[in-house]
Design a protein around this ligand. Sequence first.
Ligand code: UP5
Ligand code: MG
Length: 192
Amino acid sequence: MAKYNVIFVLGGPGAGKGTQCENIVREFGYVHLSAGDLLREERQRTGSQFGEEIDTHIKNGTIVPVQITCSLLKRAMESSGKDRFLIDGFPRNQDNLDGWNKEMSDVAKVIRVLFFNCPEQVCVERCLSRGKTSGRTDDNEESLKKRIKTYNESTMLIIEHYRKLDLVSEINAGNSPDAVFEDVKKVLNGLK
Ligand code: UP5
Ligand code: MG
């Protein structure tokens, strides 16, 4: 039996993945691992050999090679000492999916994919508004266009892949945070 249970959390930039993961942690006790946050931390780490590469990908809204992201995720999973994870913002493309399957399919079982579906314009407004204070290098109009393009061209295919496996729970993420969480709870309660 797999050592870890994993819920992948996917959706466009600003769809509310991080916000809802915090809610889930509070009520359901999963460990939240945001692939984007792990990459941003690695970028800041003194001596990281991947800093510049990560930096460029994030600014351009393109996707970091899976070897880097998957090793950060794996290390965080192992060092947590826990066995139930929300993996937020990964896998985003076929390279991510292949790398995950190769490296992790023996130890981790994907039990569900939460898909936060949010209108593009709402996503843009949320990120631009957050950009006033977030300090994120990709919360600007130019990077956002690229992030959305990558999402539509690459990440949607991964969501469709999991939909075929009947693992996707789609949530209307354009509503208020509380309303979205009500829908999330229904999905999570169904997993118990
Ligand atoms: N907000 C949230 N929910 C709201 C709601 N219901 N109503 C109104 N406002 C709401 O929310 C975004 C903003 O909206 C916040 O201000 C929040 O308060 C508000 P958040 O919960 O942060 O949304 P989230 O979906 O997490 O948005 P995020 O910007 O983090 O999504 P991205 O997928 O774009 O960013 P991520 O950090 O995952 O990735 C960044 C980059 O890293 C990628 O573009 C890529 O270059 C790289 N990356 C990889 O290469 N590989 C990976 O595996 C992961 C990332
Ligand atoms: Mg996030």
